[in-house]
Design a protein around this ligand. Structure first.
Ligand code: C5P
Length: 240
């Protein structure tokens, strides 16, 4: 893992509504090898965009955040694995039985399709949930960081490969979950980029130093005047 180059560690989200927009972005950034497909693009294009990415030899983070009963999650993970995606997100809060069933089904789906199995990555807690909502809406009597940590531990005990976390949580999760647990962090901003709606971001280099394996970096690259130059600049800064 530690021998990955900076470019291999950056995942750029395809936060666009159509296949045409997605492929235009992919073709504009030929040096980006890892792309994230989320709910909007997947619901509007289905598997087509995934096949197009595979044809271009790109790695895929399929960020659909499954959360359902074990049988349904297993079926969805089995089907997703057949696309040959590299990372796939599911909610840790679905519980151990669902996580274990998902893991097993993903392996079956990949084997049946003759492709490597995806790394299943747990969503611990959506960062859009503030501490107040955790306590008063969800009635969860834990500090936010502690709840996220407990969900990561549950995911690890259920055999998942890693978790999505904010850059601020990366060092704690790294020390508790060990070196082999994959940490994927959005909320990353170079010093020269607009923060936008990411409130407590770290720079790409800081996030890697905190223990992240992969960084999801969107608008600092995709909304730049020259996206390819922005990507190259981030890679260079991470290599320092
Ligand atoms: O443009 P930006 O770098 O903020 O994009 C970050 C990507 O990571 C988006 O696709 C966003 O949905 C996703 N994400 C996030 N914060 C989370 C989870 C996912 O920004 N907590």
């Amino acid at each position: 893992m530690s021998n990955l180059s900076p470019a291999d560690r950056i995942i750029v989200p395809l936060d666009v509504p159509t296949e045409k927009d997605a492929l235009a972005l992919v073709d504009r950034l030929p040096d980006v090898g890892f792309w994230k497909v989320g709910l909007e693009l997947f619901v509007s294009t289905g598997g087509t965009v995934l096949r197009q990415l595979k044809e271009r030899n790109k790695r895929i983070f399929l960020d659909l955040k499954f959360h359902d009963i074990p049988n349904t999650m297993a079926g969805a993970c089995r089907a997703a694995a057949r696309y040959g995606v590299d990372l796939l997100t599911i909610h840790a809060a679905a519980g151990k039985v669902a996580l274990e069933a998902s893991q097993k089904a993903a392996l079956e789906g990949a084997t049946a399709a003759g492709c490597p199995p995806p790394n299943l990555i747990a969503i611990t807690l959506l960062t859009s949930i503030p501490p107040r909502a955790l306590a008063f809406e969800l009635k969860i009597p834990l500090e936010l960081n502690d709840y996220a940590l407990q969900m990561a531990i549950l995911a690890q005990e259920s055999g998942l490969a890693g978790a999505v976390c904010s850059p601020q949580e990366a060092s704690q999760l790294r020390s508790v979950c060990g070196e082999d647990f994959l940490l994927v962090t959005p909320g990353v901003r170079p010093t020269w980029a607009e923060a936008g709606d990411q409130k407590r971001s770290l720079t790409p280099l800081e996030a890697i130093q905190a223990g992240a394996n992969y960084l999801v970096i969107g608008r600092p690259i995709t909304a730049a005047d020259d996206p390819a130059a922005a990507f190259a600049r981030i890679c260079e800064e991470m290599g320092k």
